[in-house]
Design a protein. Structure first.
Length: 218
């Protein structure tokens, strides 16, 4: 399998973490949709990441579809989402909040990277920050013990960690261990796993993106 997209993309990272946790071998092609559109277009004509090329050459896009497929090809006791019932509903609720939070981080970043400073909309950025805070509070209140669904790691943990880490990098004055101690503890626990730590964007990549300056702030 080939995973297309840089780790700075939270959804690419979600797929990479999933592949690693499920111990599915893959090749990582860190093509950036903004900087290397033609390379991405080879796998996805919409020039979006992540894209996962399967061993038979077929390509899946959209992280939701990709992780659902990956769950379907491993034994039931290894899957990262409950199969059915109230536990699945609860997992889907938490994954939904994690994805919604990451989406707000991404929209905020687009404002920083794509819109000239003189034309940025302050009320729009404020709205993204408010929505992000509200969503992360829901995840904070979920109280991992030790994981959000109990004894086993799940997609809920993956998206909560991806969203919180992204928020803490882009808006470190708002989202940190003191304001969200439960999410910070969950993130610290997850980072003990190579699946998470090996997909963390490096500082140079973040600086090159324009999301943080040399002092680690926005």
């Amino acid at each position: 399998m080939k995973l297309v997209g840089p780790w700075i993309s939270g959804y690419t990272r979600r797929v990479g973490i999933t592949l690693n946790l499920l111990q599915i071998p893959f090749e990582h092609l860190a093509h950036h949709a903004y900087r290397e559109p033609e390379r991405v277009r080879v796998f996805n004509p919409m020039v979006r990441v992540p894209a996962l090329q399967l061993d038979d050459g077929q390509v899946l896009i959209d992280s939701h579809a990709i992780v659902d497929y990956l769950d379907s090809i491993v034994p039931a006791d290894q899957r990262l989402m409950p199969a059915s019932g109230p536990e699945r509903v609860h997992a889907m609720q938490l994954v939904g909040y994690g994805c919604a939070c990451y989406d707000k981080v991404a929209r905020y970043c687009d404002e920083l990277m794509l819109r000239p400073e003189a034309h940025r909309l302050a009320h729009l950025q404020a709205g993204f920050r408010e929505q992000l805070q509200s969503g992360l509070r829901v995840l904070e209140a979920a109280h991992a013990d030790p994981w959000l669904l109990g004894s086993r790691i799940s997609q809920a943990d993956i998206m909560a960690v991806v969203a919180f880490q992204s928020a803490s990098v882009v808006l470190p004055r708002l989202f940190h261990s003191e304001s969200f101690p439960q999410l910070a503890a969950l993130t610290q626990q997850a980072m003990q796993y190579t699946a998470f730590s090996s997909t963390l964007p490096d500082l140079e990549e973040l600086q090159a993106s324009g999301l943080i300056d040399a002092n680690h702030g926005v």
